[in-house]
Design a protein around this ligand. Structure first.
Ligand SMILES: *Cc1c(COP(=O)(O)O)cnc(C)c1O
Length: 283
């Protein structure tokens, strides 16, 4: 497995496991005819739902925060090219998106049979999908590891990694948004929803948000110069791991697997078939 090399790590070793978590979170959410979900205009989750819908013949509806802006940005253009129906919700209503009241309005408009996935895709099925990753890593890494790390947006990935981990290992998440304290309760809630129990093997670092979601600082920019990785999630986690190693919070000799959930952004062909799209026929 590829290794992160940084002088700050000292005797801590960090192995990089590339894994696109959004399709993994959707895997057990695809047994439905119609899916409706939410996201911002650049949401990875919206794109992943649109692509999975095209691949599996599922009708998808994307409820986007804010106003429509034309032409569509490359992310939404790709979702539309995959056949997703895009609709927009003003910011005040969007904040109420997970309330029963707003969901009833959406069902009235889009049909009672529509299955609603939360923003970011974190539900019980997503947690179960992510719980499969630790088992896939064993054998891929030469020797044992102690800690598995991931970035945390809505908490589903961390909830699943923790649940799927062998005894004696721990899972460490890095919140990418400011004020992420609520995520501690949210990860526990997701584990209870998926398995009826929680695990004591995980924790979340709240001090590496760099100003908030999609924000950055000169220190984080300098880190990305040295390690060209996806900025919104992956860079914050890797920076945090190096910092915890430097401070001795991750003890010398600790072996870490860092789940690299995203790639540095590349221009997408908004009209053509998306890369990795196997049917070749967006619907
Ligand atoms: C959504 C996302 C995450 C966060 O996953 P959650 O399950 O929402 O915590 C991490 N990395 C990338 C690249 C993502 O798109």
């Amino acid at each position: 497995m590829e290794e992160l090399l940084d002088p700050g790590l000292g005797q801590v070793r960090v192995f990089l496991r590339h894994d696109d978590n959004k399709p993994r979170k959707l895997r057990y959410n695809l047994g439905h005819a119609r899916l409706l979900t939410f996201g911002g205009a650049y949401s990875n989750h919206i794109r992943a739902v649109a692509e999975a819908g095209a691949r599996h013949g599922i009708e998808t509806i994307g409820v986007i925060r804010g106003e429509e802006h034309l032409p569509l940005n490359p992310s939404l253009a790709r979702a539309a090219a995959c056949g997703m129906t895009l609709t927009y919700l003003d910011r005040a209503s969007y904040r109420r998106k997970h309330t029963e009241e707003l969901q009833a309005e959406l069902r009235a408009r889009w049909g009672e049979d529509v299955v609603i996935l939360p923003e970011g895709g974190s539900n019980a099925a997503a947690v179960r999908g992510c719980a499969e990753l630790p088992g896939e890593i064993d054998g891929d890494i030469d020797g044992d590891y102690d800690v598995i790390c991931c970035p945390v947006g809505t908490g589903g990935t961390l909830a699943g990694l923790s649940a799927g981990l062998a005894a004696g290992r721990r899972a460490l998440g890095f919140a990418v948004l400011k004020g992420g304290g609520f995520l501690r309760e949210e990860v526990a809630r997701l584990q209870r929803e998926a398995y009826g129990r929680t695990w004591p093997n995980w924790s979340i670092e709240l001090g590496y948000h760099f100003g908030g979601y999609a924000r950055s600082t000169p220190a984080l920019d300098a880190f990305v110069e040295r390690h060209p990785v996806e900025r919104i999630y992956v860079a914050k986690m890797l920076y945090g791991i190096v910092d915890l190693a430097r401070r001795g919070v991750l003890a010398p000799g600790t072996r870490v697997v860092a789940v690299v959930t995203g790639q540095p952004s590349t221009p997408v062909d908004a009209c053509g078939a998306p890369t990795g799209f196997d049917s070749g026929e967006p619907r």
